[in-house]
Design a binder for this molecule. Sequence first.
Ligand code: C5P
Length: 225
Amino acid sequence: MIDSKKIIIALDYNNSQEVSKLINNIDPNLCRLKIGKELFTKYGPKTILELHDKGFEVFLDLKFHDIPTTVYKACISAFSLNVWMLNIHLSGGYDMAIAAMNAKKDCQSNSKLIGVTALTSLTDDDCIRIYGCNRSDQLKRLKDIGLDANIDGFVCSPYDIDTLKADNKIFVTPGIRTNNNTNDHHKVIAPQEALKLGSNYLVIGRSITESSNPNKEIEKIVNSL
Ligand code: C5P
């Protein structure tokens, strides 16, 4: 899968002025944008439309997880907004993943539907408590659900790609840093290293959004890849 636009900027803001300030100063030819629960819950679909108007493609990161019918309907709403990428929790099960895929088909959407396996915040102990198996086994179980439902790929830590690797699947990876600041991640990795491990798209938040010149930072990363 060759796509030279590998950077997805996480718009982790709670106010639209900061979003406008950022998007007026960055180039949609160099990156895509990710809208998560915080921004979407506050401002709703109009944010997506505004970003589209500025020429940006959008990853709607709402990590749907519910009964299949509800996820089907939520995905119909999301695909109807022409998002470039959407995600679900694979721990919602095979029927739920198929419901999301059916929504994509019924919308005749070219969006990418990707699955969350074990959240990167979960340790082995957490997985044993929640799922009754260690993290690596849980990743493998959820990978199988994703492959059986034929979703487009996975969102995961770059360090999980080895376990999840499969033909023709895309890997979207957060936890990317251009500095040594881990913030709330257990482990971080440089953009080039994440690509070497098999990442196709790099979700980058604070390394770009907190920099004094975000567009320059994006250009620097793009040139380093
Ligand atoms: O680069 P930074 O740490 O600021 O990026 C944080 C972003 O990565 C947040 O939007 C968060 O939701 C996202 N993330 C994710 N999946 C994870 C961990 C973080 O999408 N497993």
